[in-house]
Design a protein around this ligand. Structure first.
Ligand code: UDP
Ligand code: MG
Length: 308
């Protein structure tokens, strides 16, 4: 049994097309397969649409979350719901920017023993210049901070039941699946594809959400920023020692109070650095804060039917 898990947020424009494309793909997977839509509490007609699609096609299942929790958590909700029914799950975005013809290849890899199959974009031709550059910058930053991510892989992947169960055992609240999945290990494979432009509707990942995801990724997986603060702090202590020695020498030689300007500049500069450091430390403290609260990832509101 293969479950295709699709998080949706205000996707009424793409859902009918997505469903018909995926339904025509299901028989080629050669086993029983289901489409599982996770409605991330959309404000449009996404949920009624999922209900009617589910009524028309028994392979279509729907799950509505009680609150908009974001892509990563919505995906988690779908994976948790599918975990006890599926031998493998494939996660894909509702807009089908990721080539669905890769899914049969992923399933084939799974039958040959792969536990995790990463869908990796061959190129970023369909993205805007800004998205391309910022993504490249992000992957470089993650790598330099020592976090394992798969280059140009978003959340289009297949996971076997045991890999999924291992992932779902992670108790953390701050979800960054692209960082978490590579830490699982198991047998991994990669399938390359060309990413297409969105067929309809607008991106549900505006700049703000994209930056939030990048910050989430770095602060959830790396203590690099904290080490950087220590390093900067060390350099400043060394500089401060030199400045002190110089100031003392000047004071002993001339007895005057020269260097007023440089003192003022140092005070301001160091003040700024301290504030910056406090800001980054605060980011980690906020993580501890959300972690100790142990809130559920999501609250399930309803499901279609009762037989799954
Ligand atoms: N999404 C979601 N909750 C949100 C935002 C997005 O479930 O709060 C879903 C969205 O419906 C889509 C996927 O996440 O299936 C990726 O979003 P999108 O395609 O807009 O991102 P982009 O391709 O522009 O990065
Ligand atoms: Mg998209």
């Amino acid at each position: 049994m293969i479950y295709i898990v699709i998080p949706c947020y205000n996707e009424e424009e793409v859902l009918p097309g997505t469903t018909s494309q995926l339904l025509s793909l299901l028989p080629t997977l050669g086993e029983e397969a289901r489409l599982l839509y996770v409605d991330d509490h959309s404000g449009d007609t996404t949920w009624p649409l999922i209900c009617s699609l589910s009524a028309a096609h028994p392979q279509v299942l729907g799950l509505r979350l009680a609150h908009n929790v974001g892509h990563q958590r919505a995906l988690w909700a779908g994976m948790e719901a599918a975990a006890c029914h599926a031998d493998a799950i494939v996660s894909i975005d509702a807009d089908l920017q990721d080539d669905i013809q890769v899914i049969p290849r992923m399933v084939k890899d799974f039958r040959e023993g792969a536990d995790i199959v990463y869908g990796v974009r061959r190129s970023r031709g369909s993205d805007s210049w800004f998205k391309r550059q910022s993504a490249q910058c992000f992957y470089w930053l993650m790598k330099s901070m020592g976090c394992q991510t798969v280059y140009n892989h978003a959340d289009f992947r297949l996971m076997s039941r045991r890999a999924l169960q291992a992932l779902l055992a992670y108790p953390e609240r701050n979800l960054f699946l692209r960082g978490m999945v590579p830490t699982l290990g198991f047998n991994c494979r990669t399938e390359y594809y060309d990413r297409l432009p969105r067929t309809a509707g607008t991106s549900k990942y505006p700049l703000g959400k994209m930056l939030a995801l990048a910050v989430e990724g770095i602060t959830s997986f790396s203590v690099g920023p904290l080490r950087l603060i220590s390093l900067i702090g060390l350099v400043f202590v060394l500089v401060a020692v030199c400045v002190c020695i110089r100031a003392l020498v000047i004071f002993l030689e001339s007895g005057a109070v020269p260097g007023w300007t440089s003192v003022i500049i140092s005070i301001w500069f160091i003040g700024g650095v301290i504030l910056f450091a406090l800001g980054i430390t605060g980011e980690y403290i906020s993580k501890i804060y959300t972690e100790v609260k142990r809130r559920p990832h999501y609250l399930e509101q309803e499901r279609t039917g009762t037989n799954w």
